[in-house]
Design a protein around this ligand. Structure first.
Ligand SMILES: Nc1ncnc2c1ncn2[C@@H]1O[C@H](COP(=O)(O)OP(=O)(O)OP(=O)(O)O)[C@@H](O)[C@H]1O
Ligand SMILES: [Mg+2]
Length: 362
C-alpha cells in the first residue's frame, strides 16, 4: 500500500511548433488505501497523468512521491516503472487469447524469480477473492464478459500492487456488466485497502469508485473534493457538464430574484447585484406538476411541454417557459407528459448554480 504525493507536476509535449501542457502544475495527494477518481474531457490529460505516476513518462517539471520516497523528478525517472509496485489497467482489460485464465493470471509472475508453488499459491489466492477458481483452465473465449473482467482484475492484482491505476476501465464493457464491474472494483479496492487512482470521462465511474475526486481540463486540475461536492458546487460550467446532465440557461438577476421568460426563482443563500448570468439546473432539481405545491420545491411559473420520451426507466421531458419557446429545459419525470399542454414548473432554489459571463461560479 502506498500514499501518493504529486507536487506541481507538469508534462509538456511538442506538437510541431506548439507546446501542449498535458499536465500543468498538478498537485494532489492520495492517502494510503484510498481511491481517487479523475474525470475530464478527451485530451484533458488523464492518461498522461497516470503514465507519469506509473513512471512511463518523464516529468517536464514537478515531483512524484510514493510514501515519502521520491520516484519522479524534473526530467528524471528515479524509480523505474517495474520497481514501483503498480498495476495499471487500461480500457480493454485484454487477456491473451491463447492462454488459459490461469496462465493469464500467472503471466506477470512468470518472469519474476519465484517458484512454481509460490506462483500457484498466489494465483489461487487472488482467484478465490475474485471467485473465478472454477474457470482457471478455460480459455478467454470460453468465459463470460464478467468473468473475463474478473480474470483481468486478478492478473492486475496478483503481484500485490501497492497502487492500482485504472484508465477508463469500464468503457469497453456492455452496459449490463458495467455496474457490476464497478461494484467489484470498489469492493476489492476497499477489502484490500488498495490505493487506487481511476481516470475516466464518465462521472459514473468516479461516483461509484472514488472517495475523492478531481477534474482535469487542459492539463489543469481545476477542482478537487468529494465527487458529490463537485457535482453540487462545480467551479465552472465545463466542470458542471463533466459531472452530469445540466440545463444551462441565460437569466437575469434583479432584486435577488432570478428570471428567465416568465419563470422566476428566489435567489437563496446568497445576494448578488442585478446582472445577467448563466444558471445551471440539474434535471433532478426540477419537477413539473399540475398541483400548486410540491414539497421541497418552489413554484416557478408556467411552462409548456414540448417533448416527452421514454429512456431507460424515466421519461425525458423538454419544457419551455410559456412566454419564450426558445428556452428549453430537460427534466426527468416518472410519468409521461402530453406535448402541447401547460403545467407548473417546480425548482429546488438552493440547488441552482450561478455562473458569470466567463462560465465561472458566482
Ligand atoms: N506522446 C505524446 N506526444 C504528443 N502529444 C501527446 C502525447 N501524449 C499525449 N499528448 C497530448 O496531450 C494531451 C493529453 O492527452 P491524454 O492522452 O493524456 O488525454 P486524455 O485525457 O487521456 O484523453 P482521452 O480521454 O481521449 O483518453 C492531448 O492533447 C494529447 O494530444
Ligand atoms: Mg486517455
Amino acid at each position: 500500500m502506498a500514499k501518493v504525493i504529486i507536487k506541481e507536476l507538469t508534462k509538456v509535449f511538442k506538437k510541431g511548433k506548439n507546446l501542449i501542457y498535458a499536465s500543468n502544475k498538478i498537485s494532489l495527494e492520495v492517502s494510503d488505501g484510498k481511491s481517487f477518481g479523475i474525470v475530464g474531457p478527451s485530451g484533458g490529460g488523464k492518461t498522461t497523468l497516470l503514465r507519469l505516476i506509473a513512471g512511463l513518462e518523464v516529468p517536464t517539471d514537478g515531483y512524484i512521491y510514493f510514501d515519502d520516497k521520491l520516484v519522479s523528478a524534473p526530467n528524471k525517472i528515479i524509480v523505474d516503472p517495474a520497481d514501483r509496485g503498480i498495476a495499471m489497467v487500461f480500457q480493454n482489460w485484454a487477456l491473451y487469447p491463447n492462454m488459459t485464465i490461469y496462465d493469464n493470471i500467472a503471466f506477470p509472475l512468470r518472469n519474476m524469480k519465484i517458484s512454481k508453488e509460490e506462483i500457484d499459491k498466489k494465483v489461487m489466492e487472488v482467484s478465490e477473492i475474485l471467485n473465478i477458481k472454477h474457470i482457471l483452465d478455460h480459455y478467454p473465449r470460453e468465459v463470460s464478459g464478467g468473468q473475463m473482467q474478473r480474470a483481468a482484475l486478478a492478473r492486475a492484482l496478483v503481484k500485490n500492487p501497492k497502487l492500482l491505476l485504472l484508465d477508463e476501465p469500464f468503457s469497453n464493457l456492455d452496459a449490463q456488466i458495467r455496474d457490476s464491474a464497478r461494484a467489484l472494483v470498489r469492493k476489492i479496492q476497499k477489502d484490500l485497502k488498495l490505493t487506487t487512482i481511476i481516470v475516466s470521462h464518465d462521472p459514473a465511474d468516479i461516483f461509484s469508485i472514488a472517495e475523492e475526486a478531481g477534474v482535469i481540463v487542459n492539463g489543469t486540475l481545476v477542482q478537487k473534493g468529494e465527487a458529490s461536492e463537485i457535482y453540487d458546487n462545480p467551479v465552472n460550467i465545463t466542470v458542471s457538464r463533466l459531472l452530469g446532465d445540466i440545463n444551462i440557461i441565460k437569466a437575469i438577476i434583479k432584486n435577488n430574484i432570478i428570471t428567465f421568460g416568465n419563470i422566476s426563482i428566489p435567489l437563496i443563500n446568497k445576494k448578488l447585484e442585478d446582472r445577467e448570468v448563466d444558471i445551471g439546473i440539474r434535471p433532478e432539481d426540477i419537477k413539473i406538476s399540475d398541483q400548486n405545491e410540491v414539497p421541497g420545491f418552489i413554484n416557478a411559473g408556467k411552462v409548456k411541454i414540448k417533448v416527452s420520451s421514454y429512456v431507460a426507466g424515466t421519461f425525458k421531458v423538454v419544457v419551455s417557459p410559456i412566454s419564450d419557446e426558445s428556452i428549453e429545459l430537460d427534466i426527468n419525470t416518472e410519468r409521461p407528459a402530453s406535448p402541447g399542454t401547460e403545467t407548473n414548473l417546480f425548482i429546488r432554489p438552493e440547488k441552482i448554480k450561478i455562473f458569470d459571463e466567463k462560465g465561472n461560479k458566482l
